[in-house]
Ligand binder design. Sequence first.
Ligand SMILES: [Zn+2]
Length: 386
Amino acid sequence: MSIWERLVGQADTVQLLQRAVADAQDVPAGPGMTHAWLFTGPPGAGRSTAALLLAAGLECAAGGCGDCANCKDVMRDLHDDVVRFEPQQLQITRDEAANLIKLASRKPVRGRWSVIIVEDADRLNEVSGNMLLKSIEEPTPHTIWLLCAPSVEDVLPTIRSRCRVQVLRTPSWRDVAQLLQHDGIERSMAAHAARAAQGHVGRARALATDEASRRHRHEILRIPLQLNDLPACFAVAADITSAATEDANRATALLDDRERSDLLQAYGEGATGVTRAKIERLARGAIKELEARQKSRRTRAVRDRLDRSLVDLLSFYRDVLMLQLDTGMDLINEELRPQVAQVAGASTPTRTRVRMDAIERARGRFESNASPQLVLEALAVELARA
Ligand SMILES: [Zn+2]
């Protein structure tokens, strides 16, 4: 499999990247190549895959063969010349920006290019964004910046105006299913997961390979039939919140512990004659700062999970609307057709649209600092009343 087949449903982007890689072979590079890119598109469409592919294509002597050590190491995130920065907090900090600038000034050790990939470049704020400007505008000749963000509008204008923007679109579920099958997932599971994930490649893979993800999605899709009275609405809101919180805590706990023990070690833990109490006194400020950072990362993780749940819930009402309007289109949740039909029969297209709008509004509220449980309680009540 050539590396380019990993970017499904994005033929024009693949063509553009292949041209960039070809033009990068010339000295100076041809017009298809540029030193700063911004990949945008809906979550899961493949923005970071596009960035990784361009990096692999540039590092590989054959322009992205998929078999050499350069290609494999880039795709596994193990290449010395390719840095992939995934912000863990709501905003990219001054220290993180300073570190990226330092990394961008390094000479490549294995190949011709030093590549800096910034996931979620929309989390650059005025301070960290301004710090990166100069390096993105005029990087050292061997450095390439690859930024990823949901949309161009989400990125600071000063940053995006210095990048070549490439927009990815949502791949069809059939394209995603084919990729999963290629990776060894059985045909009907691949189709089910790809449909449920609605073009989100990573989500489809998780649903196809992880029983807990499937179970959780199933729980979410039962909600429309559970909202019978007020106590039920509150119970549903509490259940979703606690499931998301537990899952996020599980996902971040290991990293939290490791960061804390690294920090204490840096302050001399384990050295002879140094007591734990003394280290904790010396490291107090740094520990506090670390805990604040970890808390912000957990908040983000909880919100991401809640948002995913609402997208699943939205897919149910989208199916309801498809039946009510008698469109004959495929259902995303084909396996729940009887339940979808039950809700469709008990309401009208107008009421379904009101419910879908309520879910979209709730998703927007997560982005502000509203309490997730309150947002979900209000949503559950709106869904029940619509
Ligand atoms: Zn290669």
